[in-house]
Structures are given as C-alpha cells and as structure tokens.
Design a protein around this ligand. Structure first.
Ligand code: FAD
Ligand code: NAI
Length: 490
C-alpha cells in the first residue's frame, strides 16, 4: 500500500529539510526521506552540512582557535597558562555532540511542522497519472529499490541529494591515510605531517585546524594563483597571513602517483607519499602521515534511479534545472549541491524555500548575485558580489575604497588587526557591486554588505549610516567613505 503525500523531499540536508519545513508551513502534506545514519544506525538528518561539513568543521575550527589563542595570544593580555595541552578525543567528542544537537534539532523541527520523516534511501519507481512513486529502502542500500520497505506517492518531488567529495584518480579515500572531509574531521591524534591536496575552502579550513594543533601542514594546489575566485587584494593579504602562521602552500603543482597502503602501490605500513612536480617543473615527493584530498565535490544522484523516470543529468552528473530549480520533469524540482551554482548550505536553503513557495503558486526567488561566501580560517575571508578582477573583465567602471583593521580601535583592542574591508561601487551610480573582507569576524561583518546589496544601496548609503563605536563594522563604514576618498580614520 503506497502512502500518499503532496510533496516528497529526497534528502534532509540544508536544501531538503528547509524545503520540507517551508512546504509544510504552506499547508502541504510532506514526507522527507534521508539516508544518513549515525554509527549506531539511527537517523542523522542534516546532510553533509550537519554531519561532515559546515557544523563539525566550525566546531573544530573553534576548539583549535582557542588552543592557538591560549598558546600564542593569552600572554600578551597578561594571562599565563603554563603548559597548554589538547585532548584530541575530547575535542572530537564535543564536535560529535554539536553534530548530534543539530541532528536532534532537525528531527524536532520535523515533528513541530508535521513533516513525516522516513529514514531510508529514496529512489524513483515510476511516474503515473500525474504522480510520482518513490520507493524507500534501507538507509545502507546504495543501488536503490532492492529492499523497498515503503512506497510513497506525491504530485511534487524535491530532490536535495547533495554532493560527495571528489577523489584523486588512483587514490580512493580509505579514510585512514587518504582522507575526504569525513575522515579529516575524525583524525584521532594530531598527525606530525599532514598533506592536503587543493588549497580551496576545505583545504584551508581543515589545514588550519590541524596546523593550530601542531601538525606540519603542506597544501599542494594545482592552480598557479591562490584563491582565484577571491578578490586579488584580499587573497594576497590572506596568503601573507597563512605564510606567517606556517601553513605551507605550494601553488602550480601537478600531482603524480599517490602511494599508500590502500592505493595498490605496494606501500605497506603507515603514511602516504605524494609524487608531484612543482611550479618550476621539478620532481618532488611529499611524505606525510595523513593526506586530505579536497579538490572539489561531485553532485550525488546515487541510487535515485533517475533513469526510471527520465530525469536529465548534465555531463558533471548534476541534475539539470532552470533558474527556478525545475527539472525536465513536470513537478520534479532539485535544489542545493546536486544542481548548478555554488555548493553552499545557505544557497541550498534559499533554493529550498523558493521551491516550496513556487509549489504553492507563490513567487519564490533566489538572488544569486548576493550569496555571500565565507572561509572560516584565521583571518576569516568573506565576500559578496563581484571582485575587482571580475569588474575589469566585465568592463564595468568602478570606484574602490578599502580600510585596514590596523586603523580600527576595536580590532586593536581585540589584538587582531590583520586584514581589511574593501568596497567596490559603480563609478557612475555609486551602487555597491562587491564587498570583500579579510580579517576578524568577517563572517559576521559580511551580513551588512549583503543587506546593502540586496537593497541596492550606494557606498554613500553605508557611509552615512551610524555604526557603533568601537566596533569592527566601523571598518565597513570607513571603506564606504574611502570609496569617495574621505575615510576619517586612515
Ligand atoms: P547535503 O547536505 O549533502 O544533503 C543531502 C542529503 O541527502 C544527505 O543527508 C544524504 O544522505 C541524502 N541523500 C542522498 N541521496 C539520497 C537518497 N537517494 N535517498 C535518501 N537520502 C539521500 N557550506 C556553507 O555554506 N558553509 C560552510 O561553512 C560549509 N562548510 C563545509 C565544510 C565541509 C567540510 C564540507 C564538505 C562542506 C561545507 N559546506 C559549507 C557545503 C555544504 O555542506 C553544502 O553546500 C550543503 O550541505 C549542501 O546541502 P544539500 O542539502 O544540497 O546537500
Ligand atoms: P574547492 O573548489 O573550494 O577547492 C578545490 C581546490 O582544489 C581548488 O583550488 C582547485 O584548483 C584544487 N584542485 C583541483 N584539482 C586538483 C588537483 N588534481 N591537484 C591539485 N589541486 C587541485 O573545493 P573543496 O575545498 O573540496 O570544497 C568543496 C566545496 O565545499 C567548496 O567549493 C564549497 O562550495 C564547499 N565548502 C564551503 C565552505 C564554506 O562555505 N566555508 C567550507 C568547506 C567547503
């Protein structure tokens, strides 16, 4: 007997669980199916973000930052700590507790909003009479349909199945020596030497965690430029700070053979050896205890049985959608990492809300031009809108203003004056086109810039708004003043 719903959401990551809640708020009878399980086999909704992404990585970044502060910064405040030690297992247990609180929070929200949750793997069975039939099999089934325990039907299906880490050819993740984001969050003891392939967001965040705890970290990056998507001034400033911290980043490398006990290279025992050529074309070898591979992620449609209903995928395996997240099938929608666009939790959430509202006949909307990015390193890096190099490429006439945290009273009091706020505005209309921050609390400061851009504010608008003193946000106001060459404190 099939169970009828109005909307079935596949995946309970930030895209899926938020879509399910919003659809329920709008009066639909909603089912959400998610396969993620705890080690004990119980449901763990929240997807990559909650289980092996945003939340646990930020928990470890916080713990390791406290450790770093205690070791290197407390003394300047007159605090003597004696020897500071890190209990890695306690740090990991705290991280696991934070994850569990988030898993439980989502289950609570499903109950509160009357979303029916199914712990299992969902796959398309058929489309008939304007309805889709979805089979739910046990959570550990990867091939779908072999052990269907529930059959659900609905007119609308929202696919939010997320993404998986991309492996390096010939070096599959074994999560012991060669780690994806999952293994990188579970390393039981600080490795003496840690290698990271890819100096993107995960490489920098996870590299920072283990460096702060004492690992000798080397990041190997294929591209010749550091953080190519980031505004050049900001990327340069961040690189300077990372160099000073001892995070070794080699750009322009070409990775060769990776030898570890799991790669069939004949290597036994522990550790990983990475052969590569450096930017000068010289052959090099990096020997490390653990290797994190963070070279991007691939959309996940495993076990969905997309072919059963003719769901179109692109050449990357992502579900093809239009600007409104509609797939090629009527009333089948897809959101988040499994579709085009940045792989960010808040982008997935925005799309989830918009889709639920469109199903209800409303005009859900996502403004892709004002999606903020944050890299939670120290200093933090955050931006919204276009970079200076993009404006040049696009031939847009612009004005730029920046303000260093070195000249900000609150940053001095904090003892963290690295970085700056940089604002870019249209040369004619003064509309803000981009805001780029590297420095303390950049993740929080960027929100003002997002609001400003969403309301199509000018740099003068920000310059005329009263900002609390002393606060880091004064740097944003000063950067806005600097656009008009009238910064007051620099
Ligand atoms: P996911 O979160 O991947 O969720 C998909 C869910 O669908 C999973 O639970 C999966 O088990 C389930 N599923 C898949 N197939 C099926 C099926 N057939 N049946 C049932 N269930 C299925 N983003 C940020 O914005 N900020 C951050 O700080 C940040 N940090 C990150 C750190 C790391 C280490 C990583 C890896 C990612 C990070 N991200 C961050 C990215 C963020 O995690 C993703 O963009 C986000 O989780 C995408 O949400 P989603 O709902 O599309 O997919
Ligand atoms: P990424 O796309 O951020 O970085 C991958 C890096 O690896 C790039 O610099 C790329 O040039 C490099 N690379 C690719 N192939 C390579 C190769 N063969 N050899 C050497 N270098 C190579 O991807 P990452 O770090 O894996 O993260 C995936 C996604 O997860 C991010 O793009 C982001 O969307 C999301 N994420 C977001 C976070 C946040 O918002 N704070 C934190 C972590 C992840």
């Amino acid at each position: 007997m099939s169970k009828p719903f109005d909307v079935i959401v596949i995946g309970a990551g930030p895209g899926g669980y938020i879509a399910a809640i919003r659809a329920a708020q709008l009066g639909f009878k909603v089912a959400c199916v998610d396969a993620w399980s705890t080690a004990a086999g119980t449901p763990a909704p929240g997807g990559t973000c909650t289980n092996v992404g945003c939340i646990p990585s930020k928990a470890l970044l916080q713990s390791s930052e406290y450790f770093d502060h205690a070791n290197h910064h407390f003394a300047e405040h007159g605090i003597s700590t004696g020897g500071v030690a890190m209990d890695v297992s306690k740090m990991l247990a705290r991280k696991d507790l934070v994850v569990k609180q988030n898993n439980d929070g989502i289950l609570y929200l499903f109950k509160k909003n009357k979303v029916t949750f199914f712990h299992g793997r969902a796959s398309f069975v058929a489309a008939k009479d304007g309805e889709y039939e979805i089979g739910v099999s046990s959570p550990s089934t990867s091939a779908g349909r072999t052990d269907v325990v529930d059959t659900l039907t609905a007119k609308h299906v929202v696919i939010a199945t997320g993404s998986n880490a991309r492996a390096l050819a010939g070096a599959a993740f074994d999560e012991v020596n060669i780690l994806s984001n999952d293994g990188a969050l579970r390393v039981g003891a600080v490795p003496k030497k840690l290698g990271v392939i890819g100096s993107g967001v995960i490489g920098l965040e996870m590299g920072s965690v283990w460096r702060r705890l004492g690992a000798d970290v080397t990041i190997l990056e294929g591209l010749p430029t550091f953080l190519g998507a980031v505004d050049e001034t900001i990327a340069k400033e961040a690189k300077k700070a990372f160099d000073k911290q001892g995070l070794k980043i080699e750009l322009g490398v070409k990775i060769g053979e990776v030898k570890s006990p799991s790669t069939g290279s004949g290597r036994t025992g522990k550790g990983v050896s990475v052969a590569y050529t450096n930017a000068k074309g010289e052959a090099q070898t990096l020997d490390v205890d653990k290797l994190i591979v963070s070279i991007g992620r691939v959309p996940n449609t495993d076990g969905l049985n997309a072919a059963a209903v003719g769901l179109a995928l692109d050449e990357r395996g992502a579900i093809v959608v239009n600007g409104d997240c509609q797939t090629n099938l009527p009333n089948v929608w897809a959101v988040g990492d499994v579709v085009r666009g940045p792989m960010l939790a808040h982008k997935a959430e925005e799309e989830g809300v918009a889709v639920a509202e469109r199903i209800a006949g409303q005009h859900g909307h996502v403004n892709f031009n004002t999606i903020p990015w944050v890299i939670y390193t120290s200093p933090e890096i955050a931006w919204v809108g276009r970079t200076e190099q993009q404006l040049k490429t696009d031939g847009v006439a612009y004005k730029a203003g920046s303000f260093p945290f070195l000249a900000n009273g609150r940053a001095r009091a904090l003892g963290d004056t690295t970085g700056m706020v940089k604002m870019l505005a249209d040369a004619t209309t003064d509309e803000i086109l981009g805001v780029h921050i590297v420095g303390p609390s950049a993740s929080e400061l960027i929100a003002e810039a997002v609001v400003a851009m969403e309301f199509r504010a000018s740099s003068e608008d920000i310059a005329r708004i009263c900002h609390a003193h002393p606060s880091l946000s004064e740097a944003t106001k000063e950067a806005a003043l600097a656009v008009d060459k009238r910064a007051l404190n620099f």
